[in-house]
Design a protein around this ligand. Structure first.
Ligand code: SAM
Length: 252
C-alpha cells in the first residue's frame, strides 16, 4: 500500500491533487493549481517547442496522478493537433495507479475516462494516435532500459530535497542520452543545484516566466534565441556563487 491517502486536496484552479505523507509534499503546487501547473510548466512549453511535429515520444517522470499525460491529451484535442504520441511513464506506487479510476479529475479530463480506466487496470492504453505505457518500478532503472529516443521529458518528481535521486548529475546523464538532438526537458524546479545537474551534462538552461511570480525551467541540447525563453548562464552562476553545487548520487 502506498503512502498516499485518498483525501483529495483541492487546488487554486479547482482541480484536485493529493498529499504524500512519505515525501511530506503535495503532488502539485496548491497555489498554482494542479491542471494549470501541468499545462503552464510542462505541456504548453514542450508542445509549442515541437510545434508542427507529427510524431512525438514523451517520457513522463513520474506518472503520479497522471496530470501531465492527461493534460497532453487535453491540449492536443483542444487545439485539434494532428499528432501521434507515445508516452512512457515510470511510477513506483502500484496502488496509486490502480486507484486512479476513482480519482476526482477536473472536467477537462472527462472525455479521457476510457484512457484513465485502461491505465488504472492494465497500465497500458493504445489507439491509432496514442500509446501510453506505465512502468511499475524505479525511474532510475527504467531510463537505463528504455530503448527509444525521446522528444519531451516531463521532469516532475517530488522535489530534490525529498527525492534527490531523480535530480542528480548521474540521473540527467541517462536522461540526456535518451533525448533526441532537439529534445526538451520541462520542469517546475528553478533550483540552482538542479539546473547545475542538468548543465553538467551539456544541457542549455532557460527560464520561462508564466507571470511575475511564476517561473519554470526548460533544458535543451540546442541553443535558442526565442524571446519566450531567458538563457541562464550556469558557468556565470558558478563564478558568482562558488558555493552553488550540482547534486550527485553519493552527495559531494
Ligand atoms: C510529484 S508526484 C508526480 C506528479 C505527476 N506528474 C502528476 O501529474 O500527478 C511524484 C511521483 O513519483 C513517484 N516516485 C517517487 N520516486 C520514484 C521513483 N524512484 N521511480 C518512480 N516513481 C517514483 C511517487 O510515487 C509519486 O507518484
Amino acid at each position: 500500500m502506498g503512502s498516499w491517502t485518498i483525501k483529495f486536496v483541492p487546488t487554486q484552479d479547482g482541480s484536485n491533487t493529493l498529499y504524500s505523507k512519505e515525501y511530506n509534499q503535495h503532488y502539485h503546487s496548491c497555489k498554482d493549481g494542479a491542471l494549470n501547473e501541468s499545462l503552464l510548466k510542462h505541456i504548453i512549453p514542450a508542445l509549442s517547442y515541437h510545434q508542427g511535429k507529427k510524431q512525438i515520444a514523451i517520457l513522463d517522470i513520474c506518472f503520479g496522478l497522471g496530470y501531465n499525460t492527461l493534460a497532453t491529451l487535453y491540449y492536443i484535442k483542444k487545439h485539434n493537433l494532428d499528432i501521434k504520441i507515445d508516452i512512457y511513464s515510470p511510477e513506483l506506487d502500484l496502488d496509486l495507479i490502480q486507484s486512479l479510476e476513482h480519482f476526482a479529475y477536473p472536467k477537462e479530463f472527462q472525455e479521457f475516462t476510457n484512457v484513465i480506466e485502461a491505465l488504472s487496470q492494465n497500465f497500458y492504453y493504445e489507439d491509432e494516435k496514442l500509446k501510453i505505457e506505465i512502468f511499475q518500478g524505479d525511474a532510475r532503472e527504467y531510463i537505463q532500459k528504455l530503448k527509444r529516443k525521446i522528444d519531451i521529458v516531463y521532469q516532475d518528481p517530488f522535489s530534490s530535497e525529498v527525492n534527490q535521486m531523480l535530480w542528480t548529475v548521474e540521473y540527467f546523464h541517462d536522461i540526456e542520452k535518451l533525448l533526441h538532438s532537439d529534445g526538451i526537458i520541462t520542469t517546475y524546479s528553478i533550483a540552482t543545484p538542479v539546473r547545475l545537474s542538468m548543465a553538467q551534462n551539456g544541457l542549455n538552461i532557460y527560464e520561462i516566466r508564466q507571470s511575475k511570480n511564476k517561473k519554470s525551467t526548460i533544458a535543451i541540447k540546442e541553443k535558442t534565441n526565442d524571446p519566450k525563453y531567458t538563457y541562464i548562464d550556469m558557468e556565470l552562476k558558478k563564478q558568482r556563487n562558488p558555493k552553488a553545487k550540482a547534486l550527485y548520487d553519493k552527495g559531494e
